[in-house]
Write a protein that binds this ligand. Structure first.
Ligand code: SF4
Ligand code: SF4
Length: 249
């Protein structure tokens, strides 16, 4: 049987199809005051974009926005060293230079990833929990646009069809998710393929309908007071308080 290899043109097709904004709101306005005025997911100090080498080849053929990421400390060096050989870590020139059409799949999807169950079913999108203290979208995943969810699900179906390694990565990431949430004794938040909120009970793997009341906001987003404290601690500034508070969309 011939082995299918994912190529730059496959990523090009995914870029065409996966373009919807994550939400109607500019979520970067919420997290930037915690991060020197820059969106958290657009700074390598927080999130290092990892791409398939075929995706990097596509990006290089389209733009000068991206270059290889150079590790700056022991932690980031370890992250880079442990990457599968088919992938690489890259960095862009920063949010002020963002080119919408040349964002990576990782940029387009963040903070979501495809959630795969223990039975190997791709049932929807969950969130990179390590960012729950800094990413406002995680606290307000109910505000993800239905078009975004639909496009991201379709994008990953395409990627999985051409890149078995990515499927294995997400299968294993699903298992890590269940371990972490089991330890926390918290339900796993999922946006189902049709945009519905779901929770996976991590120990029994049972899938149930959910509301945002099932997922308590964490870190800076736990309350208005927590947000103000976190911004102050980060040395950030807040404008005049909007009606409904800083955390309201
Ligand atoms: S996705 Fe999260 S981290 Fe990225 S800009 Fe929006 S709120 Fe900030
Ligand atoms: S390309 Fe745009 S969305 Fe992606 S990390 Fe850079 S600034 Fe952020």
């Amino acid at each position: 049987m011939s082995k299918i290899r994912i190529a730059p043109e496959h990523f090009g097709a995914v870029y065409e199809q996966f373009n919807a904004s994550i939400s109607k709101f500019d979520c970067g306005r919420k997290c930037a005051p915690l991060n020197d005025g820059q969106p958290v997911c657009c700074t390598t100090g927080n999130a290092i974009p990892v791409v398939h080498k075929a995706e990097f080849a596509l990006l290089k053929s389209r733009s000068e926005l991206w270059s290889r990421y150079r590790a700056t400390d022991a932690t980031s060096r370890k992250i880079v060293e442990e990457l599968p050989s088919s992938t690489c870590a890259i960095e862009c020139k920063g949010a002020a230079f963002c080119e919408r059409d040349n964002r990576t799949i990782a940029c387009r999807a963040f903070p979501f990833y495809p959630y795969v169950t223990a039975k190997g079913e791709f049932i929807g999108l969950s969130v990179y929990w390590t960012f729950e203290d800094r990413c406002w979208m995680i606290a307000r995943m109910d505000l993800a646009e239905p078009a975004f969810v639909k496009e991201m699900v379709a994008a990953f179906e395409k990627i999985f069809a051409f890149d078995p390694e990515e499927w294995e990565t997400m299968l294993s990431h699903g298992a890590s998710t269940r371990r972490v949430y089991s330890r926390w004794n918290r339900p796993i938040p999922v946006i189902g393929r049709n945009g519905e909120l779901l929770k996976v009970m991590p120990r029994t793997h049972e899938l149930r309908p959910a509301t945002m009341a099932d997922f308590k906001p964490r870190g800076a987003y736990a309350s208005e007071a927590a947000y103000k404290r976190a911004v102050k601690k980060a040395g950030g500034t807040l404008g005049p308080e909007p009606k409904g508070g800083y955390l309201a969309p």
